[in-house]
Design a protein around this ligand. Structure first.
Ligand SMILES: *Cc1c(COP(=O)(O)O)cnc(C)c1O
Length: 468
């Protein structure tokens, strides 16, 4: 073993060889040296573990390609682009929504230049950052007023803190949901200082359950969208219309946490009935909250719309300053909302919507095209076919509902599909797919045509690694 340790090339020798290759000339030498040391440590580990057993394995010519790959990997940003081949459109782990082109341009401009973020160009005096989107928001959904905070969790928190602090809020037992692990309605209510009054049963809640729970202490009535799960069978919730009537009778605001709120009518997709924000506002909800980056397809934001009286109270809450959105979000949101003034345009321009509305016939054609290109590029190493499958909307919207799609099913010849899936995470850019019917499957719904070349490149990289 000590012979092997001594056979490791010196740092300077490696650095000289790397300098000669010129590949890392853009990286400061001190940082390259750090990476070289890091890689030599990996080699020492491999000697100890018995992975490297021969001196020849440590020859400069053998080590150098691995060294370069290591430095390339170390020099990449930690937070980077991936290819989403999963078919989950609003993929929470992969960044949820992609912005429309006009929104991306607006963000770039907002970052690179000074702006009228809080400057009123009409008077030359201080303005409000919210003025850029409130009117648009109201126009699109028909609300009297609106406000935007950091995300929907923050929206629910500030609404409850403003309207229900030290008061009771009846919530149906069927709606006490946990979203994405860390957002739980009972816990958010506790943080806001509101007291939860559970009403009804897990599967059935009636109007009389709410009615009986209302006392002098009640601050509001809250409805929560059960986003990521679905109750089927013997099941009942009180409708928004009934709730609004009850709220009116007792002079209590009705708050609706829509979660993945949307302005788009998805009925042609046949994935179940979800009310649009316009419908909820139209039905008389006093305050409605929803995410900007779920099915809406905009930036991360918590959008609050409703009656002016309540929105004004929320605006004045000091918590608002702590939860405010930054200029990049504002730029992206305004551009996204502008597209919604023309629903047809929104469906074409907003990636989340165009992916959701992509038709199976069209997806099948694209899958065939991708499969053919993969076959040509990867040859004998894999077998490829196109099979029918399902995509999901994701983001806690339309739970357990499928969108029919076509999948490119890849079976590697020499290794398991699980090994291929794992190796693809190391490709550049990483490619994420899913295993189905004993094959590694890619769904063209969440990949653009432009990305097909990158997909093939990632596959070739991974196959080269696993065949070693
Ligand atoms: C997703 C969701 C939230 C949290 O929204 P974020 O934008 O992720 O903070 C809150 N309530 C419901 C019902 C949700 O679906």
């Amino acid at each position: 073993m000590s012979i092997l340790f001594r056979a490791l090339p010196s740092v300077d020798k490696v650095l000289d060889a790397l300098t000669e290759s010129g590949e890392f000339s853009h990286i400061p030498r001190s940082i390259v040296r750090e990476h070289v040391n890091g890689f030599l440590d990996v080699c020492r580990e491999e000697i100890r573990a018995g992975v490297i057993t021969e001196q020849e394995q440590l020859a400069l010519g053998i080590i150098l390609p691995r060294m370069k790959a290591y430095i390339r990997a170390q020099s990449r940003p930690h937070f980077r682009r991936v290819l989403n081949g999963t078919g989950v459109v609003v993929h929470t782990n992969l960044g949820r929504s992609l912005l429309a082109e006009s929104a991306v341009e607006a963000v770039t401009e907002a970052c690179a230049y000074y702006s009228n973020l809080e400057f009123d160009l009409a008077t030359g005096e201080r303005g409000s950052r919210y003025s850029h989107v409130e009117e648009l928001l109201c126009k699109v959904c028909g609300a009297e007023a609106g406000l935007v905070v950091n995300n929907n969790a923050a929206a629910v928190l500030i609404v409850l803190d403003t309207l229900c602090k030290d008061k009771e809020v009846p919530v149906s037992r069927g709606q006490l949901v946990e979203i994405g692990g860390s957002f739980r309605i009972p816990e958010v209510m506790e943080k806001s200082g509101a007291t939860l009054r559970e009403v009804g049963a897990t599967n059935r809640t009636h109007l009389r359950d709410y009615e009986q729970a209302i006392t002098e202490e009640t601050g509001a009535l809250l409805r929560v969208h059960t986003s990521n799960y679905r109750i089927v069978g013997f099941h009942k919730e009180v409708t928004l219309e009934e709730m609004v009537a009850l709220g009116k009778k007792h002079d209590l605001p009705v708050i609706e946490d829509l979660g993945s709120g949307s302005f788009t009518d998805f009925s042609t997709l046949r994935i179940g009935e979800e009310p649009t924000v316009q419908q909820v506002v139209g039905a008389g909800a006093d305050v409605v909250t929803f995410s900007g980056d779920k099915v809406l397809g905009g930036p991360q934001a918590g959008i609050i719309v409703g009656k002016k009286k309540y929105i004004d109270m929320i605006k004045r809450n000091p918590m608002n300053r702590a939860l405010r959105i930054d200029k990049m979000t504002l730029a992206a949101l305004e551009a996204t909302l502008r597209l919604y003034r023309e629903p047809e345009l929104a469906r074409i321009e907003i990636p989340t919507l165009s992916m959701m509305f992509a038709e199976q016939s069209q997806l099948k054609q694209r899958a065939r095209r991708l499969a053919n290109r993969i076959k040509k590029a990867c040859g004998e190493q894999i077998s490829v076919k196109v099979v029918d499958g399902n995509s999901r909307v994701g983001g806690g919207s339309f739970p357990e509902r499928d969108l029919p799609t076509a999948l490119v099913a890849i079976t590697p010849s020499a290794v398991s599909e699980t090994m291929l899936k794992k190796a693809l995470l190391d490709s550049n850019p990483p490619l994420v797919g899913r295993i189905e019917q004993q094959a590694f499957c890619l769904d063209p719904r969440t990949l653009t045509d432009k990305e097909f070349t990158l997909v093939i490149d990632a596959l070739q990289q991974a196959l080269q690694v696993v065949s070693r």
